[in-house]
Design a protein around this ligand. Structure first.
Ligand SMILES: [Zn+2]
Length: 341
């Protein structure tokens, strides 16, 4: 005879757990039944809450995450080739491409999202710029050349030149790794749902204009509609502005961690901001303040300040101690050659 199954270590005692069949009719009262229904009805909601309120692997912060990764990947594929074409296509200089690709590959080993398959391109554009889309990164040859000339003029060695390029690429990879495009799109979608929803509600309540084209008279409802459009546009733009600006700081910060782990001197991110500062000459005073407010990219002075704080945090991070030591040793080893050069 088969032996009786071993008793469960602990009988499920929660009021939410379903009971044995024969007990159900006798012991489950109305209250119990309602509890069961509520629990099972809310299971999908609890599951979707955990999905939507997932953790960002880069920032470790929980965020509303409702665009599926497959859609994010499609976004990258759709727009990348046209973005590369707008920047004169791929750079024919093999040596330059190889150098940048090597830095990119070293950084890519330290991405947090392993579900993305990156493509990297060096473009033929002379503009001092680089850009990123989900799992796609490009750098213009213009920024590589300008950084190289800057290093020659400042007397920085080849390691520092590579560290500065790594700072650009680490920043761009982080835009993708931390879901920046997807987060902006999610924010925009939510805001539009709110704006369109309130517009439908207000016109249903006849608080804003709902008239046919034949009616030419300008009414107070029209005025309210203009006001509504103006305010809602402003709110959407302000949210976009603040959102994208915070992403720039995030990309700088986590890009610096990424480059350190890949063995590049994080000081390169400081030097890069100094290069930007010189290149794009930061205006002073109130003009600078207004410019900073209306620009999606924060002013380099502020980014330089933030990067200095991150550099200090990296140097004090016990997990990065051995990396920092290696970088410092390489710096010392390169010193006599640089001085003698
Ligand atoms: Zn950026």
């Amino acid at each position: 005879m088969p032996s009786a199954p071993a008793p469960l270590a602990r009988e499920p005692s929660s009021a939410f757990m379903p009971h044995k069949k024969e007990e159900v009719k006798e012991s489950i009262g109305l209250y119990q039944r309602i509890k069961n229904v509520v629990y099972y009805a809310f299971l999908p909601l609890i599951a979707s809450y955990n999905f939507i309120h997932a953790e960002n692997l880069v920032t470790k912060k929980r965020e509303f995450w409702f665009l599926p990764t497959s859609f994010e990947k499609l976004l990258g594929e759709w727009y990348f080739s046209s973005a590369v074409n707008q920047n004169n296509g791929k750079c024919p200089d093999r040596e330059k491409t190889q150098m940048a690709k090597e830095i990119f590959n070293n950084l890519e080993k330290h991405v947090k999202r392993t579900d993305l398959k990156y493509k990297f391109v060096v473009t033929d554009s002379n503009k001092v710029n680089a850009f990123a889309l989900p799992q796609r990164v490009a750098i213009n040859k213009g920024i590589i050349n300008a950084v190289q000339k800057y290093c020659e003029r400042k007397g920085y060695d080849n390691n520092m030149f590579k560290a500065m390029v790594a700072a650009v690429l680490g920043h761009e990879i982080t835009h993708s790794d931390a879901r920046h495009s997807a987060r902006i799109l999610e924010l925009l979608l939510l805001l539009n749902v709110v704006v369109i929803g309130s517009k439908i509600y207000l016109s249903a309540k006849n608080l804003i204009s709902n008239k046919s084209q034949k009616d030419e008279r300008f009414t107070s409802h029209d005025l309210l509609e203009i006001l509504f459009n103006f305010v809602s546009n402003l709110v959407v733009k302000l949210y976009m502005l603040l959102g994208s600006r915070s992403h720039e700081y995030e990309a700088d910060k986590y890009g610096m961690y990424m480059m350190t782990k890949a063995g590049y001197d994080p000081e390169g991110a400081i030097k890069l901001q100094e290069f930007f500062q010189e290149k794009f000459e930061t205006p002073k005073g109130w003009i600078a303040k207004i410019q900073e407010f209306v620009s999606t990219h924060p002013m380099t002075a502020k980014r330089l300040e933030e990067n200095k704080k991150t550099l200090q945090a990296i140097k004090n991070d016990p997990e990065l101690k051995s990396q920092i030591e290696k970088i410092e040793e390489a710096k010392k080893a390169a010193l006599p050659a640089a001085v003698g050069a």
